[in-house]
Design a protein around this ligand. Structure first.
Ligand SMILES: Nc1ncnc2c1ncn2[C@@H]1O[C@H](COP(=O)(O)OP(=O)(O)OP(=O)(O)O)[C@@H](O)[C@H]1O
Ligand SMILES: [Mg+2]
Length: 286
């Protein structure tokens, strides 16, 4: 499967320009993470890909044919977890997934049990959804997206609100997925991208700032990450963005990203999180 996003601009009826002339190709196999701050355009891009929104300008092609002419095929091959979704609280996990399988036209009777076991919900299969924890509910959302073995899986912030143990479970679900799909995942949690994605898109203010491997993004930030000790009340040196502050015996250890590190800073090895922040702050962006 191949999806070509060609010069897409999305302007909402309110006049808000959510995506600005972006072009990108997604090909199977591909585990692709989308990173970007709130309001960057991640959900908008995903809604365009599921044909839930029609772009103001540009075209999306599925295997070379216009996406909007391929809706039946798209729906048959799509698993989608929206950023906010309602579950039927009075149904049990199994009943809900059985209902979703029927809506999706999944005929395989084992499909529901299969996604329940893949998302480690076997113990909760007879539990009513209203009694689940936030992380378990999120796993039910992921489970419904996996029903019917879709070739295109789009997960909008699947790990939001999950504790570290739940996030590990989520990563395991990913690593066990067949490798012949396109999986697109948006998140604010950089570690999740590092753990599961071979490609990362950084979106900022409707533009794609970076498209490549996580390791190349990290290389781009080399010599732009540093640490120094400051005292309470000191201002941040010009052009620097603080990534973290830790109290230590000598004062406050600040970790910064900057186009040019100030003399007081010692250079540090970038992490993916540093690299992402450097990417969205460089060239005077906020
Ligand atoms: N239905 C809508 N009508 C008008 N503006 C919208 C609509 N949906 C989103 N926007 C605006 O478009 C921009 C992009 O929104 P989008 O939801 O795609 O961002 P996002 O990257 O998913 O953010 P978040 O991380 O908060 O989920 C934002 O400025 C948002 O306010
Ligand atoms: Mg969003």
């Amino acid at each position: 499967m191949k999806i070509d996003i060609n010069n897409i601009t999305m302007i909402y009826p309110s006049g808000k320009k959510a995506l600005r002339d972006i072009s990108v190709s997604l090909e199977s196999p591909g585990f692709i993470g989308i990173l970007g701050p709130n309001g960057a355009g991640k959900t908008t891009l995903m809604k365009l890909l599921i044909a839930g929104l029609i772009p103001t300008k540009g075209e999306i092609a599925l295997d070379g044919k216009p996406l909007l002419s391929q809706e039946t095929r798209l729906k048959a091959q799509l698993g989608y977890l929206p950023q906010s979704f309602g579950l039927y609280d009075e149904l049990t996990v199994w009943q809900f997934l059985d209902y979703m399988a029927a809506l999706k036209g999944v005929k395989d009777k084992k499909a529901v049990d299969d996604v329940i076991s893949r998302t480690s919900l076997t113990e909760q299969r007879k539990t009513r959804i209203r009694r689940l924890s936030g992380g378990q509910r999120q796993r039910v959302g992921i489970a419904q997206a996996l029903l019917g073995d879709p070739q295109l899986i789009i997960l909008d912030e699947p790990t939001v609100g999950l504790d570290p143990e739940e996030r590990v479970k989520f990563r395991n679900i990913f690593s066990e997925m067949a490798q012949n799909k396109i999986v697109l995942l948006s998140t604010h949690i950089v570690e999740d991208v590092q753990a599961v994605c071979s490609r990362v898109l950084v979106i900022y203010d409707g533009l794609i700032l970076y498209d490549g491997s996580p390791s190349a993004l990290i290389s781009d930030a080399a010599s732009h990450v540093g640490t120094y000790i400051s005292q309470a009340g000191d201002s941040v040196p010009e052009g620097c963005h603080v990534v973290s502050k830790v109290n230590v015996s000598e004062g406050i250890r600040c970790r910064i990203v900057a186009e040019e590190l100030p003399k007081i800073a010692e250079s540090a090895e970038p992490t993916l999180e540093d690299a992402y922040l450097y990417c969205i702050h460089k060239e005077g962006r906020q």
